[in-house]
Design a protein around this ligand. Structure first.
Ligand SMILES: *[C@@H]1O[C@H](CO)[C@@H](O)[C@H](O)[C@H]1NC(C)=O
Ligand SMILES: *[C@@H]1O[C@H](CO)[C@@H](O)[C@H](O)[C@H]1NC(C)=O
Length: 480
């Protein structure tokens, strides 16, 4: 299997090489936007073995839950699977985050299995501004003022009240929440703001602390490559990236540009271009580590180690990660242009970028020395982008204030909630922003981001299985 994948990769790379000789005719998605978006994709889809009938439904929500004078509304989408519904069924809601909702989450996996055990109704809600739940006609900065987690949590609260009010069978039902990544954060914060609406929650990989310069992220990405791929692989990454940096620093930029197949517009005298390039390179590794499952990192490390030298290995690997465009567009200017284009082109990553500027930061920078991805992508790259893409109001100080306010409002690492079970992968780069074992969370060895939603399987590690059994037990207690 691994061998076959390697052959495919080699063939595709060879084809890519031929294309790279063409003159740049098309403009591909700039690699910084592309790799950033990749990291906010939803939790892995579940394996579905039955034929559940999932209904797509819509509910009217207030555009602004906190301004009585604003009478605007929008249609929020949700998915419903009521195959187990009966009088008094508990309601199992999986919360959507910064992605489009899809059916598998309510038709398979551990959440589904628990709903089956308790004859629960399964629901997947879509977060405002993502997927098809878009309240405004454009994503201009002015229109994005209704996009924030407080509004999204109020949507969920209104959703629960409405579902119960409109469905006699569910009028007295208990409600449980689950979520992964940002939607896991929402589970925790929902319990904090609306403790009486839900009996309990499962938060897989919930970051709790807003932090602008998120230096720990790349450390854990490096650790995943070290622990699962080995020291040689780690060294190859570290040396290859250092070598590319030094080519640019020593007037050998032309060589590096050719190796990386960069478009001619790339200006290696421009820090923002260099930062965009090296941020994107590191993001390809993040994309692999954040959602790795057994064997992935080993496979990519074999590929990296199949080259004669470090820099060539990195160049070929990231070219694959960039989707093998005609030429690699890593300029800062086209990144800005792309996010401006996405004012009217939804699904291109603009709303999540906005939320980072406005609420969380979480910029995965090169600020730590304890990671192999070099030194060339400071958080300033991302904060500068906030200013250029949304509003000059988003200066460094404002972005830091926004993150501070988020922590003050939601309690940061001390959210003060009961009956929320938090799980993390020990090799999930997001885990430093969430609770550790000392605070009652479960860390699952070798696991990545949101990797525990599958049904209990014989291939689960003992720890993963124990954690799944623990949440199943908690759900029994909450519903007792
Ligand atoms: C984690 O992965 C490493 C490397 O593949 C392996 O040696 C180790 O046994 C794994 N640990 C667990 C708890 O699965
Ligand atoms: C994200 O990136 C990883 C590795 O870089 C790749 O395997 C995956 O297909 C990408 N997914 C999307 C949705 O772009």
């Amino acid at each position: 299997m691994a061998a076959l994948r390697l052959v495919c990769l080699a063939v595709v790379l060879a084809v890519g090489l031929v294309h790279a000789l063409d003159i740049s005719k098309f403009k591909d998605v700039p690699v910084l936007a592309r790799t950033f978006k990749n990291l906010s994709r939803g939790p892995p889809q579940q394996v579905v073995t039955n034929r559940a009938v999932v209904q797509e439904k819509w509910i009217t929500q207030k555009l602004d839950h906190f301004d009585e004078s604003n009478t605007g509304t929008y249609q929020m989408r949700y998915l419903l699977n009521d195959e187990f519904q009966t009088e008094g069924s508990p309601i199992f809601i999986y919360l959507g985050g910064e992605w489009e909702i899809e059916q598998s989450m309510v038709s398979g996996g551990h959440w589904y299995d628990m709903a089956e055990e308790h004859k629960g109704v399964l629901i997947y809600t879509e977060h405002r501004y993502y997927g098809q739940s878009v309240p405004t006609t454009t994503m201009s900065t002015e229109n994005l003022k209704y996009l924030n987690v407080k509004q999204a949590l109020a949507d969920v609260a209104n959703f629960i009240l409405t579902i119960k009010a409109e469905n006699a069978e569910l009028a007295n039902s208990k409600v449980l929440l689950a979520g992964g990544s940002y939607s896991a954060t929402m589970v925790v914060w929902f319990k904090r703001l609306y403790p009486d609406l839900v009996v309990g929650g499962w938060a897989s990989s919930a970051p709790l602390l807003a932090k602008v310069d998120f230096t720990e992220y790349k450390e854990v990405v490096g650790q995943a490559f070290l622990e699962l791929g080995g020291q040689q692989c780690y060294n190859r990454i570290e040396n290859g990236i250092a070598e590319l940096e030094s080519l640019f620093a020593n007037k050998r930029g032309a060589e590096a540009r050719a190796m990386l197949r960069l478009c001619n517009s790339f200006d290696d005298k421009n820090d923002l271009d260099l930062w965009s390039l090296f941020g994107s390179i590191s993001n390809v590794f993040s994309g692999v580590a954040q959602y790795q499952s057994s064997g992935d990192i080993e496979y990519y490390c074999d590929y990296l180690l199949s080259f004669r030298d470090d820099a060539t290995a990195i160049a070929n690997f990231v070219y694959w990660g960039f989707g093998m465009p005609t030429c690699v567009d890593a300029t800062y200017a086209s990144t800005v242009e792309y996010y401006l284009w996405s004012v009217e082109n939804f699904g291109a990553g603009r709303p999540w970028y906005y939320q980072t500027c406005n609420e969380y930061g979480w910029y995965q920078s090169s600020g730590s020395r304890n990671q192999p991805f070099g030194t060339k992508f400071p958080a300033t790259l991302y904060t500068t982008l906030c200013g250029d893409v949304f509003s000059s109001q988003f200066g460094n100080e404002q972005i830091n204030n926004n993150a501070d306010q988020t922590n003050e409002y939601f309690g940061g690492m001390e959210p003060g909630v009961e009956n929320v079970y938090m799980t993390h992968g020990a090799l999930d780069p997001w885990n430093p922003m969430g609770h550790g074992v000392a605070q009652g969370a479960t860390l699952i060895a070798n696991a990545s981001h949101c990797s525990d939603f599958g049904s209990i399987r014989t291939s689960d590690s003992a720890e993963l299985r124990a954690s799944k059994e623990k949440i199943a037990d908690l759900v029994r207690q909450w519903l007792a």
